[in-house]
Design a protein around this ligand. Structure first.
Ligand code: MN
Length: 258
């Protein structure tokens, strides 16, 4: 059977399951909050154009207003100063929007310590059990943070010292950018970096190093708990905003059930 016919048949029989990794996008979807003097993104808002009324008797539609980095979204290399010569979100090849994905589960560690940082040794140990990270694929970092996504306060988990959410150490970010075969890195948190990464050297190492290396970010993912450690295929579809630094995206995973 041709591969695509087999895929359609498997989807129909649910032997391949489609898992939505996307957070619902609304005015309540958490957004990152930077301190003064930095600019901030805005949440989603809808402005009604018509709703079966005088403005349009037969149709309903809205204008949408939001930031490129609101909700489940895709970071293009040009988002960071280190990647300023890299691709914008419209230039990311469509062929890269469908890619294999692995899931590294550190939800227990993040529950015990919201400032938990992934280290190279954690990944090496995972590779010892599951094999190498996928060439040209996504490494998805499960921390259990998606259960907090209904509340901006719980999701950002900030106190007087700033936000406290799990992330990646500087050394590990450097390794992911320079040595790991992955195309991109995905998280459940508001960004790809730890909440405390503003104080790292360099600050925001995942953004700085991965985007600087031409790799991609995928954030505010949900339902990673429903994915196997290896074998999923992720379809991540940002809008091709010309010149854009990123875009809200629909992220779906295909998972084979035996
Ligand atoms: Mn972003």
């Amino acid at each position: 059977m041709p591969v695509l016919d087999a895929l359609v048949a498997a989807l129909r029989l649910s032997s391949i399951e489609v898992i939505d990794l996307t957070a619902p996008l609304s005015a309540d979807t958490p957004v990152i909050k930077l301190p003064e003097p930095f600019g901030n993104t805005i949440p989603l808002s809808l402005q009604e154009i018509s709703r079966y009324d005088d403005r349009g008797p037969g149709w309903y539609w809205n204008n949408i207003t939001t930031g490129e980095h609101t909700g489940t979204h895709f970071d293009a290399p040009v988002h960071w100063v280190t990647g300023r010569e890299g691709l914008d979100v419209a230039q990311v090849p469509a062929s890269q929007l469908i890619a294999p994905a692995v899931v590294l589960d550190f939800s227990a560690e993040a529950a015990a310590d919201p400032d938990f940082l992934l280290e190279i040794d954690h990944i090496k140990k995972w590779e010892g059990e599951h094999g190498s990270l996928p060439e040209g694929g996504w490494m998805l970092y499960r921390t259990g943070w998606d259960v907090r996504s209904g509340s901006q306060e719980q999701f950002l988990n900030a106190n007087e010292t700033g936000p406290h959410t799990p992330g990646v150490s500087v050394e590990c970010a450097r390794w992911l950018a320079g040595h790991a075969p992955i195309m991109g890195f995905g998280t459940e948190t508001v960004g790809t970096d730890a909440g405390t990464a503003h104080s790292f050297d360099p600050p925001f190492p995942c953004h700085s190093m991965l985007l600087g290396a031409g790799k991609y970010g995928l954030t505010q993912l949900q339902n990673l708990a429903r994915l196997p450690a290896t074998g999923a295929v992720v379809i991540a579809g940002p809008l091709p905003i010309v010149g854009g630094s990123g875009s809200p995206c629909r992220a779906l995973a295909l998972v084979e059930r035996s």
